[in-house]
Design a protein around this ligand. Structure first.
Ligand code: 4NP
Length: 152
């Protein structure tokens, strides 16, 4: 059975699509069966592609994410996925608050999986600049690699 992993941020246009892309690549490199999606706790950007700056930083690392479309987290996600991985503490709290009692998905912060960074958030780059998106990429790539290694 494949591992099913959902990455979650606020808008699903900056951090979680980049985490999805980094995880797809980390898993590709390991030839490992896994289903990967991303979603947002907020609804403002549903149906939209990732932020241009997120698309640009992914392209820098050779990954095209322009075809991704934002969606909002649903209650069904808590049974459809094994792991729901939040980008920051606010989104983790929102997920904990909406989690159905029978849900089996494990909730965590992405950086919980990175040695020495447990409890840290992937900082929201939305109001930042290019350098902030580079930081986001470095964080989500470290998280994705650690997660892929842990799941193998
Ligand atoms: P994300 O970034 O949660 O990483 O996708 C954000 C996108 C949009 C907003 C905030 C954060 N917003 O306030 O619209």
């Amino acid at each position: 059975m494949p591992h099913r992993i959902l990455f979650v941020c606020l808008g699903n246009i900056c951090r979680s699509p980049l985490a999805e892309a980094a995880m797809r690549r980390a898993v590709d490199e390991r030839d490992f069966a896994v289903e990967i999606e991303s979603a947002g706790t907020g609804e403002w950007h549903v149906g939209l592609p990732p932020d241009e700056r997120a698309q640009a930083v992914a392209r820098t690392y050779g990954i095209e994410i322009g075809g991704y479309r934002a969606r909002q987290v649903t209650l069904a996600d808590f049974t459809a996925f094994d792991e729901i991985v939040a980008m920051d503490a606010d989104n983790l709290s929102a997920l904990e608050a909406m989690r159905p009692t029978e849900a089996k998905a494990r909730l965590s912060l992405l950086l919980d999986h990175v040695s020495g960074r447990s409890g840290q958030s992937v900082v929201d780059p939305y109001y930042g600049g290019e350098a902030d998106f580079e930081t986001t990429w470095a964080d989500v790539d470290a998280g994705a690699r650690a997660l892929a290694k842990a799941l193998l």
